[in-house]
Design a protein around this ligand. Structure first.
Ligand code: SF4
Ligand code: SF4
Length: 161
């Protein structure tokens, strides 16, 4: 069973009510330390992957780098939560909520645990998450984040000659 998180529905809910939040959840096996699903999904699917990434250049702690696929990765053990990257990102990709809970494991749902995954879905704003046995469906904007999590979002695509 997987968890499908609908980032499109989440953004719509945040517009209706700016206090809307996705409960934070853990992703195991991720380089650079403990990350929330929202951070991982944002870097993978909506970050514009700037060639001369200003977020990396501005970071005073050298906490940001690109992985082998060119996806921005934040080293949580280096990040000092100064939010300079949030200010400089020209596309509004970086969000201040990335830095809220990243050192408090107790506040995070572990989506590898079925019971916690079920509780996570219950805690999500209505219509933003569900348990599913579906697989990736690009035609419906549903993509695999990892073995346990599917994300529905409009993927930013770059075309190379
Ligand atoms: S919040 Fe500051 S230290 Fe952390 S990644 Fe962004 S620029 Fe770097
Ligand atoms: S500046 Fe923003 S859009 Fe560009 S690579 Fe960094 S996070 Fe992504």
């Amino acid at each position: 069973m997987k968890v499908l998180i609908d980032m499109i529905a989440l953004r719509a809910a945040m517009i209706r009510n700016p206090a809307t939040e996705l409960p934070e959840a853990l992703c195991h096996g991720v380089a650079g330390g403990m990350k929330t699903i929202r951070e991982l999904a944002t870097f993978r699917f909506t970050c514009r992957r700037c060639e001369e990434a200003p977020c990396i250049a501005v970071c005073p702690a050298e906490a940001l780098e690109k992985d082998d696929e060119g996806i921005i990765m934040r080293h949580t053990n280096l990040c000092v939560s100064c939010k300079s990257c949030v200010t400089i990102c020209p596309f509004g990709t970086m969000m201040t909520d990335f830095f809220k809970h990243h050192r408090n494991r107790d506040l995070l749902y572990d989506l590898c645990d079925h019971e916690q995954a079920r509780k996570f879905v219950q805690a999500c704003p209505t219509g933003t998450a569900r348990l599913t046995s579906e697989d990736e469906k690009p035609e419906e904007h549903i993509y695999k984040l990892n073995e346990r999590v599917l994300i529905r979002d409009y993927m930013y695509v770059t075309f190379k000659e």
